[in-house]
Design a protein around this ligand. Sequence first.
Ligand code: C2E
Ligand code: CA
Ligand code: CA
Length: 455
Amino acid sequence: MTIEDEMTDVLSVNPKTVSYTDPMTGLGNRRRLMDKIRKLASERADDPAPFTIGIANIDGFKPINDLFGHAAGDEILCQVAHRLRACLPDGGFVARIESDEFAFILPLVFEKKGAEKIGRMFKDVLSAPYDLGDRNVRLSASFGFAVYPFAGEQFAELLKSADTALYRSKRRGRGQITVYSEEIAEEMRRGTQIEQALRRAIIADEVAVHFQPIVDLSDGSIQGFEALARWTDKELGFISPADFIPLAEERGFIDSLTETLLKMAAETAKHWPSDLFLSFNLSSAQLIDPATAFNVLSIINRVGLDPRRLELEITETAMMSDPEVAAKVVTELTSVGIRVSLDDFGTGQSSLGRLRDFAFNKVKIDRSFVSEITIDKPAEHIVRAILAMCEGLDLKVIAEGIETEEQAAKLRELGCKSGQGWLYGKAVDAATTFSLIEAQRKITAEAARGFATGS
Ligand code: C2E
Ligand code: CA
Ligand code: CA
């Protein structure tokens, strides 16, 4: 709720008709939380003793709901509410503020360590099995805490800080606990600075696409290129896509960024020889958007790139957030001839079954295995197993991050056909990419001439 919403609430609502209770769980609701926090903050304004608020969010609640049905989902939420209320420390308060989100006030917790301790206790309490009559279900929860007045003096600000902390927890995986801190505040400020510069750069066409060759490991000939975003801001300097892509996702403008990047990449690829493909990274946000296939197709149609020359790279983690929509997006893409590859394979929570359920065409073995392949036996075994499995499933494989000739030789020996990495070239701009392609054409033509003349 924004400050404006709150103002409207305060001005227009008759307190007698307003509900302060969440009917399903019997806990207080967001309005009750707001009242309580305001009251406590005004009491503590003179006596500057801190207090803490926190938010708990159930991990992967949507899949639970989809799998067991809404009645079971409601039952779990009621049990969560009951447990949280039962283990609240003295003077504490808990409310349900969103479908699977609970917020609490801890008047006697003054600092980070105390908040983390309570967080761990809540986490343990929530992780015990839930009895649904015919079955037991387990789940985990993520937590974000904010300490008054450091993390905010007003309700909205304090709740936003707890929410930011919660978001950090979610980003680190399941069952994490984060307390809003000065470092997080500083990161947020820097994030906002980057966000503003990036939004401006997108409009001014200052974000560029570079291309890294993907080669045939048997002879090093180029098969296609992966498009990688590049951006250097005048003041902030070079910023890695590993930083600005997640930021654009987080702050909701990844669509316009992707559109710009895909348009540029396709414009370039259109002029390559038609046997070379373009591989483009889709962001996780796009895999939960049912309009993605349509959007991608309309961009490349407008540019005039044959969909059969386009590959889209998606990560397992991205697929997992809403597997149903993701599966639909992948099927729609492949039905119009676009190929889909699974990026960073081996690093996410991949179930091998996913490879069968989804209509993928390729798997990209993550650099972390490739970089260890000549020095670490387990890494070699993993790569061997991935290759065998992909062969059985009729999936092509690209090994990522090949840096040395030894790694390439090992991969060839294991039967891997394609690869990319600094050994074959870093990502370079469109003009340099054309020169690379030209150089290769010359070599191939000369070899063919030599073959024809027998020299
Ligand atoms: P990624 O998709 O796994 O891309 C491969 C990354 O590994 C690239 O980093 C590439 O420059 C780097 N790399 C390639 N070969 C080697 C090697 O031999 N050794 C080492 N050490 N690194 C190598 P980059 O360009 O910094 O991109 C980082 C990540 O940012 C990408 O990981 C991808 O997840 C994301 N990204 C980049 N461009 C885009 C884009 O246009 N859209 C989206 N959604 N994500 C992008
Ligand atoms: Ca990639
Ligand atoms: Ca990758």
